[in-house]
Design a protein around this ligand. Structure first.
Ligand SMILES: [Zn+2]
Length: 309
């Protein structure tokens, strides 16, 4: 299968429009020792005919334009993008759906609760269903593997295993609605597998790692993992206030309970951090933090990467 990294930053991108942290400031001065990044977005295909997006981020329009694989091929109105798999209702993960509203048939996979959150509580998403041959919403049942199919129902050579990770719904969810939604349908990790058994995991928002999850990750060839924050109190240190990484649903990269340490025993998968916040010091490729992740066998996802499994 072909995997394309369309974007690799956390929400806000890098640089972030209203941020003047050290990293963002050095980018604007043109002297940052590292790469700029758009917001996290993965695309995957088994046949280079039908592509599936994992989430739909707010930078999607520009990301599609710089990716020839995703350009129209046949006819005046057409797209190789066959579907979108939503793993949560976070804005950074769903706003791009609104950019795909041009009456194109598209299958959208989401848990029933995320569908209710988007379609019943946020009227703008009705733009995806103005005509009958448009978004075809399809249920994801947590922990039940399903085949990825085009809106016409054609199997595309990939299957997806959705792992329930957290009961936390996005901050914009009204409290009484969150209480109505199924706790296991809030946030999923996605494992994508092709017909040859090649597997990769996409987990850009992880609050903890237990032994069961470690076993699952060891069964993959490639892991995209939450690289949002280096430290738990990163934003508080920079801004003087705010939430910890843990409070925002992210395990930090460093420290005893961080991902470098917790995932150190993984042997099989190639390990790549994605969803990297603009404040994270490991973005600076001259930093001690960048050296540390490299020594531990990790890479930082970059926009435009193509990976063949
Ligand atoms: Zn910044």
């Amino acid at each position: 299968m072909q995997i394309k990294v369309l974007g690799s930053a956390a929400g806000g991108g890098f640089p972030q429009w209203n941020c003047s942290c050290r990293n963002c400031t050095l980018v604007r001065k043109g002297i940052f020792p590292g790469k700029v990044r758009t917001q996290a977005q993965i695309a995957v295909s088994a046949d280079n005919r039908s592509w599936f997006l994992l989430g739909a981020c707010p930078d999607l329009r520009a990301q599609i334009e710089v990716s020839p694989e995703l350009h129209p091929r046949d006819g005046l109105r057409q797209s190789p993008i066959a579907g979108v798999v939503l793993s949560s209702g976070d804005l950074d993960h769903v706003l791009g759906l609104l950019l795909l509203r041009e009456l194109q048939p598209l299958r959208v996979y989401a848990t029933p609760s995320i569908q209710r959150l988007l379609r019943e509580d946020n009227s703008m998403f009705a733009m995806l269903n103005r005509v009958s041959a448009q978004a075809l919403w399809t249920d994801i049942i947590p922990a039940e593997t399903f085949a990825l199919a085009s809106s016409a129902g054609e199997s595309c050579g990939l299957k997806c295993e959705p792992l329930p990770l957290s009961s936390r719904y996005p901050a914009y969810t009204r409290r009484h609605r969150a209480a109505e939604f199924a706790p296991c349908e809030a946030l999923l990790g996605l494992i994508i597998e092709d017909k040859s058994g090649n597997r990769f995991a996409y987990m850009p928002a992880m609050s903890q790692v237990d032994d069961g999850l470690l076993q699952v990750l060891e069964s993959t060839d490639l892991l995209f993992f939450d690289g949002t924050f280096w430290q738990d109190d990163e934003l508080i240190k920079i801004q003087g206030s705010g939430q910890t990484a843990g409070e925002m649903g992210h395990i930090p990269v460093s420290s005893e309970r961080g991902s470098l340490h917790r995932l150190a025993t993984l042997r099989r998968p190639r390990k790549i951090f994605i969803h990297i916040n603009n404040t994270n010091p490991m973005l600076d490729e001259s930093s001690a933090e960048f050296s540390e992740i490299q020594k531990a066998g990790w890479e930082l996802a970059e926009d435009g990467w193509n990976i063949q499994l």
